[in-house]
Each structure stands twice: as structure tokens, then as C-alpha cells.
Design a protein around this ligand. Sequence first.
Ligand code: NIG
Ligand code: FE
Length: 417
Amino acid sequence: MPKRTLLHRARTVVTLQGPAGPRAGKAMDELAIVEDGSVAIDDHGRIAWVGPSDAVPTAHREDAEVFDCRGRTITPALVDPHTHAVWAGNRLDELELRLGGADYEEIFAKGGGILSSVRQTRGAAEDDLYAQSLARLRRMRAAGTTTFEIKSGYGLDLPTELRQLRVARRLRAAGFRVKTTCLAAHAIPQEAREAPGGREAFVEHVCEEILPAVVAQRLADYADVFCDRGAFTPEESRRVLLRAKGLGLGLRVHANELGSTGGAKLAAELGASSADHLLYLDDDERRALREAGVVATLLPGTSLVLGKPYADGRALMAAGVAVAVATDCNPGSCALENLAMVLGLACYGNRLSPAQALCATTHNAAASLGLDHEVGSITPGKSADLLVLDTEDYRDLVYHAGSPLVGAVWQTGELVA
Ligand code: NIG
Ligand code: FE
């Protein structure tokens, strides 16, 4: 049971207070920093007050457990809006192949890649899948993330897709803040590749069996499609996403990762909450994303691991598109778990400013998941999901990217790491 807590006398409190909904342009640079500040947490785990340390109302000091934050920085806890964190096994063999020069798409075309993780995940019992995923989320939370979007997509059949999503829901029950996404349209499974008409039949299966079952069992908040070369065409993707929308799911799209393959335009056309990856994007596509209010979710860890170009974050900023940043944590293209470090990569790779990258991994990430009323900024009434950084300046997250600067992680007013 959370008790009343006062995080007292931090050198800076980076509140991210500001307008609700995804922020774009200048609003991403405005962090609403309080110098020498304190944050009071009530006994329901909510933020009760934030402001200058000398002005803490007596009511928030009395009976509160006080944590001395001198010389430190308080920020919102991080929100990871794109992960595939429920999978079994690993692809360490492919990592070595790729480091030796093998190509990600070629490995996939030969039945490895996503299909390797599908075999391993289909073969794992639910409790084993849960245990492997729980260990992963604990590490991610220790690095600063308390809110996660988790996709299925390593089942590509009804029982395993349901099992993955049940595991993601169990992680929520275990205390992580989780939104779930059905990514049954992640790849054409091996058995469908071998059968005549298998491709069309699989798209039909996703639309008429998997998505309806997922919705009937209330296992997902969103649906996603890998709309790209070697995966699903824009026409197939539109069909899956329209069906999902009709069933009441929100939409997210893996778009324009491997080429200019139409996913970004489709995300805009269908009013998706988020279009993700976006390595190949033109002015017209950026305009479409802005006009449709789609959040552009950048995944610089994947560019690093696969040796691919980085999405042009500056061009997106200039075009007025709201930008979020995520790990993409998955068994193949990027198994990085540390969103605080990926925030740094968003500066070095996507050319965001440190302020923009912090907004992209807190408020905007939360907004893309419809959770900005709850997390992503230090605002009275919101959940006390906070980080205490062992530095006076949040920009050290970029300057010293990868260093263990996250000194404490608070979730709903409880010290969780
Ligand atoms: O977001 N691009 C598609 N899906 C994942 C990769 C999944 C995998 O390689 O297992 C991604 O990068
Ligand atoms: Fe992904």
C-alpha cells in the first residue's frame, strides 16, 4: 500500500506539464522544469503536488516519508510505446550471422528471422513464456520504464497469438502498466507459404478468426500490421486494419522500415494512433501523418542493430508531426531493453534534441497509447510514475547515454527499482 511520500529538494524537476494529447513542434521542447523542486505523492500513489522545495505545503510534509533528492533530477518514468516483449528463446545465432555480414531480410526469406521466433514461441508453455517475459520487463523497468505497449506476432496461429496476449495481460496483473496489441499480421507463417492460396487464406484467418477471438476475450487494445517489403502489402494491411477498427481496436502500423512501401500513408488514411519505424518517408507522407494526427514512433535501436539508416526525426519535427520513441524490444531486429539509452540514440541517430527525446519517451509515448491522462508528465492527479536520476541535468541521459543514471524508479507511488 503506497504511503505519503515527499521527493524533496531535487536540483531539477522536469515536469513535462503542458497540453494533453500528442505534442509537436515547439511544444516538444518545452519541459516545464522546476529548479530546486519537490514532488509530493499521496497515499493512493498519485502526484499530490509539485513545485519549488521552499513552497511545499505543510500538509504534504506532515506524516510523509521524505526522500532527499539533493543534487538529483526527477523526471516522469519512461513509457515504451512499441515492444514485442513477449517471446520465447533467442536469436543469438542470427546476431552473429548478421554481424558477419548476413542480411536481415535474407535470413527472414529463408525461414529464419521472425519465423524462428515463431517456432520457439509456439513450442513454449504459457508459464515458461510468462517467466521469460517477466524477467525482461523487470530489467526494462529497472532501466526506467513503467509503461509498456506489448505486441503479439510470434504465434501467427490462433492458440499462440492468444497465449502471447494472455501473458501480456498477466504482466499487467503482476503490476506493470501494459497496453496490448495483436500483431497476428506480422509475417506469413511457414505453413501458409507452402500451401497454394495460403497467403490469402492467412489474411482471411487473421480477419475472421484471430482478431474476433482476441476481441471476444478482451485481450488487446490495438491491432498492428507489418506493412512492408516481404511482409504484408498495403492492400492486405488495409483489410486487416479495417477489420480491427470495425471490431473496436485502435490501430498501430509497422510502416516504411524497409522501403517506401505505403504503410505511412495507410496509417494516415485509417487514422492510426501511431506509425512506427518510418526510415523512408517523403514530404507528402510527413504531411499526411501530421494532418491525420498520427504519432510517428521512431525506433533508433533497430537502425543501430540492423545497420540501417535512422529515421529523419528533424524532418518530422519540422513538418509538425508529433514524435514518440520506443525500444522495439524484440528477439531479432533489436533486443535492446533500455529505453533511457534509446532516448540518447534518438538524439545521435534521429537528430532530436534532448528535450524532444525526453518528450518522445514520456508524454508523447503515453499520448500515443491514450495514457497521457495517467502518465508521462509530473502533474497533480496523475499517477506517481517517476524517476530519480543521479545527475543534476536530464541531458546527461544523452551525454552519458547508457550510464546507470536511473537511481530510483517509482510506479504508482511505490519504489519498484
Ligand atoms: O519491429 N519489423 C517487424 N517486426 C519487428 C522485428 C521482429 C523480429 O525480427 O523478430 C520490428 O523490427
Ligand atoms: Fe516492431
